[in-house]
Design a protein around this ligand. Structure first.
Ligand code: DO4
Ligand code: MG
Length: 280
């Protein structure tokens, strides 16, 4: 299992206790490689890499999102909790039935979320829209898929969402989902098999010194398989530099909760670390 952290001008790779800063590494090359693990190993074999001694360096560093030219997509209504929360928020507008239908349908809901240059990394601010009164983070296990459509790694995603805009009309989804600071990815990309059905996904939101929301779920609650989601994404589409695919949220706070400026969002997925962002 190798973790890839993106810094301002270069990358840091971690293979358990071995941490190296490398030059000449590129995520585009990794996502295009036939064997991403071989591409990574070559950097550990190189004499040009600079060893880093303190392991803690990886935890509190403001890493960039581990994205170059990968598009970031997202799946929706893949957990029962997402379906029920969305049906509740769109009941008045009459849009609730569509969430019921898509949860059961063979074709999943997939939508474009962000380009790499817009995605925020670990410890960077995320945003809520000024024209939205009801806002939540969505903690999502995120797949790294190479240009051949193979899933080879995982990271943590935050699919920041406006519930008031989506609830008003499901056709407003792009405005509820795609805006400045609406997507965070990180802290690193993990290459290798680190997940099991029991893998826990959890979120904690703090306001000043208080925890104002906490929740968790597990990968086993995802209704669809990773391969099914990746297959649909690559159906009749091409991703020359690969793609990230957020797999949907299984945690939605109760309807009385909305994010505020200054809130600290920490999303943890076992084996992948903690992605932390403050609301601007
Ligand atoms: O249907 C709208 C979006 C759903 C979503 O983002 C999710 O379930 O995570
Ligand atoms: Mg989502």
């Amino acid at each position: 299992m190798i973790k890839i952290y993106r810094d301002q001008d270069d990358y840091v790779l971690q293979n358990f206790n071995r941490i190296i800063r490398v030059q000449g590494f590129s995520l585009d090359a990794l996502f295009k490689a036939n064997n991403p693990a071989d591409y990574l190993t070559s950097f550990f074999d190189s004499t040009d890499s600079e060893p880093i001694k303190q392991k803690s360096v990886c935890e509190r560093h403001p890493w960039q999102a581990p994205v170059e030219n990968q598009e970031i997509w997202a799946a929706g209504v893949t957990y029962m909790r997402s379906k029920s929360a969305r049906m509740e928020e769109s009941e008045q507008s009459g849009g609730d039935h569509f969430y019921d239908l898509v949860y059961e349908a063979e074709r999943p809901e997939l939508f474009f979320k962000s380009t790499g240059s817009r995605a925020r990394g670990h410890l960077a601010p995320v945003c809520i829209r000024k024209d939205s009164a009801w806002n939540v983070p969505e903690p999502e296990l995120t797949l790294a898929i190479n240009s051949a459509g193979q899933i080879f790694g995982y990271t943590i995603g935050n699919d920041m969402s406006s519930r008031s805009i989506e609830g008003e009309n499901p056709l407003y989804l792009p405005q509820a989902k795609i805006y400045r600071g609406s997507c965070a990815i990180g802290p690193c990309l993990v290459v290798g098999n680190v997940l099991t059905p029991d893998t826990k996904i959890s979120i904690m939101i703090s306001r000043l010194a208080n925890v104002v929301f906490q929740g968790d779920t597990s990968v086993s609650q995802l209704k669809r398989t990773f391969h099914e989601l990746a297959d649909y994404l690559f159906r009749e589409n091409e991703f020359p530099c690969g793609a990230y695919l957020m797999t949907g949220t299984g945690i939605v706070p109760d309807s009385g909760f909305t994010l505020q400026s200054g809130d600290r969002i920490q999303i943890q997925i076992e084996g992948l670390g903690v992605l932390e962002n403050e609301v601007e």
